[in-house]
Ligand binder design. Structure first.
Ligand SMILES: Nc1ncnc2c1ncn2[C@@H]1O[C@H](COP(=O)(O)OP(=O)(O)OP(=O)(O)O)[C@@H](O)[C@H]1O
Ligand SMILES: [Mg+2]
Length: 436
């Protein structure tokens, strides 16, 4: 995807130099020589990045910046300030500039600033269905405030994708996005992972460690699979959210923090509350703004666009002109995709890798049964037996490669540890089978 940049500078030479350099690193620049024109002729929200000079006639960079932010547009803005006007830079930052560069500057310095504030590979969020479009609109809305979001939905529906989108559309863009998987870490480690510890806080704490909360300061903290958090930690998390400060283990004083919290779960949290497994007060703190991602099978309009998107990404990597055959498109629409977008993504990759031709065909019955040496139990056809069979085999293979290590298997397949555990149960994969 091409990144667009809006350059605003009254000095034609400077603007031209910026334009040329940014083109060379893959940007698509649009140049204006005064800010008032910009506001009349284009929508600043349409750009991936804005670079503006400060000292300009008619409208200064500061006024321009203020107007952009007043309109609720959070595109990152880099201001260029003259030598010896540090105060200007400070003012600009207070008014919502993402960063600044001081004249005279080298292009490398500007590039470093850009790299810092823009993730190099901005992930696209495919949303052709009405429900996903609504969710993206909502994500942009909630991004404007610091409201705490709880994302629910089955595994693989795109909860992390949406969490990242909220972060990118918020004023916290350019600040850290830190994700913690509460299911993958043991209770004792999770506390220090989240809150950090001082040197010597407990046996084995040889050095001070900064926790994820502190790492996420001024940015966004994603608490993945929040339902898996132990009760003692739930209490500490509640305190952190209420007091906006954390205690490092063994620390002397609390550390104040400014962090936006997004949590996810694929469990029924109200039920967990009823069963006494999840703190009710914490639930209300986290569930300020709930967003539910629908399963892929309930948004058919996303299936083909997602498949094309994954295919295109793969085609670029493999240097092949991959495309979907009408038969495969048909097949994709008929599957139930219980693993949601992640399952579709993995399916597309597998199909492309084994396909001898660029036009991908649906798996044939014989190929499917050949790839399924363990016919432990027949999958029900309405659940898309072929894909389930392949999935089962992939998991068994990954488990064998990692000698049964769930965490590493999960990493290899891009699934959560919980999902792996569930799948092992669901597919009745035994230790004997893993051992081969
Ligand atoms: N709308 C989308 N557009 C593009 N890619 C998507 C979209 N939704 C999901 N994906 C891709 O599908 C995969 C799964 O998405 P994600 O990790 O966000 O799911 P999740 O809901 O967090 O799953 P889990 O509960 O297992 O953690 C990722 O590789 C992600 O990039
Ligand atoms: Mg996730």
């Amino acid at each position: 995807m091409t990144k667009t940049v809006l350059i605003v500078d009254d000095e034609a030479d400077m603007a031209f130099a910026l334009e040329e350099s940014l083109k060379r690193v893959g940007f698509q620049p649009t140049v204006f020589h005064n800010a008032a024109d910009v506001l009349q002729k284009v929508n600043p929200a349409d750009f991936s990045l804005i670079i503006t000079d400060m000292k300009m006639p008619r409208m200064t960079g500061i006024e321009f910046l203020q107007e952009i932010r007043r309109r609720g547009i959070f595109v990152p803005v880099i201001v260029i300030t003259g030598f010896g006007t540090v105060q200007n830079a400070v003012d600009a930052m207070k008014l919502g500039a993402t960063d600044y560069v001081m004249k005279p500057f080298s292009f490398d310095a500007l590039q470093a600033t850009i790299d810092r504030i823009m993730p190099p590979d901005e992930p696209a969020v495919i949303s052709e269905s009405r429900s996903m479009k609504a969710i993206l609109t909502l994500a942009r809305e909630v991004a404007k405030s610091d409201i705490t979001v709880l994302l629910t939905g089955e595994s693989g529906t795109g909860k992390e994708v949406i969490a990242r989108a909220i972060h990118r559309h918020s004023h916290r863009i350019g600040k850290p996005f830190v994700a913690v998987n509460c299911a993958a870490i043991s209770e004792s480690l999770l506390e220090s992972e989240l809150f950090g510890h001082e040197k010597g806080a407990f046996t084995g704490a040889a050095d001070r460690r900064i926790g994820k909360f502190e790492l996420a300061n001024h940015g966004t903290l994603l608490l993945d699979e929040i339902s898996e958090m132990a009760p003692s930690l739930q209490a500490k998390l509640l305190r952190a959210i209420q007091e906006r400060e954390i205690d490092r283990i063994g620390g002397k004083a609390p550390v104040p923090l400014d962090v936006r919290i997004i949590s996810t779960t694929n469990r029924d949290l109200p039920l967990e509350v009823k069963q006494g497994k999840f703190r009710e007060d914490l639930y209300y703190r986290l569930n300020v703004f709930p967003m539910e991602l629908p399963p892929l099978r309930d948004r058919q309009d996303d299936i083909i666009p997602l498949a094309r998107f994954f295919l295109q990404r793969l085609a670029q990597k493999m240097g092949r002109a991959l495309c979907l055959s009408p038969e495969l498109a048909d097949y994709l629409l008929k599957q139930s995709w219980r693993g949601n977008v992640r399952e579709l993504e993995n399916f597309i990759y597998r199909t492309a890798v084994v396909s001898g031709t660029d036009m991908l065909q649906p798996p044939t019955v014989s190929a499917a049964s050949a790839s399924e040496p363990f016919s432990a139990e027949p999958s029900s056809p309405q659940q898309g037996g072929t894909i389930k069979d392949m999935e089962r085999q992939m998991i068994v293979m990954a488990l064998r490669e990692t000698a049964g290590n769930r965490t590493r298997t999960a990493e290899q397949l891009g699934l959560s540890v919980r999902t792996i555990r569930n799948k092992i149960k669901e597919y009745a994969i035994s230790d004997a089978e893993i051992a081969g």
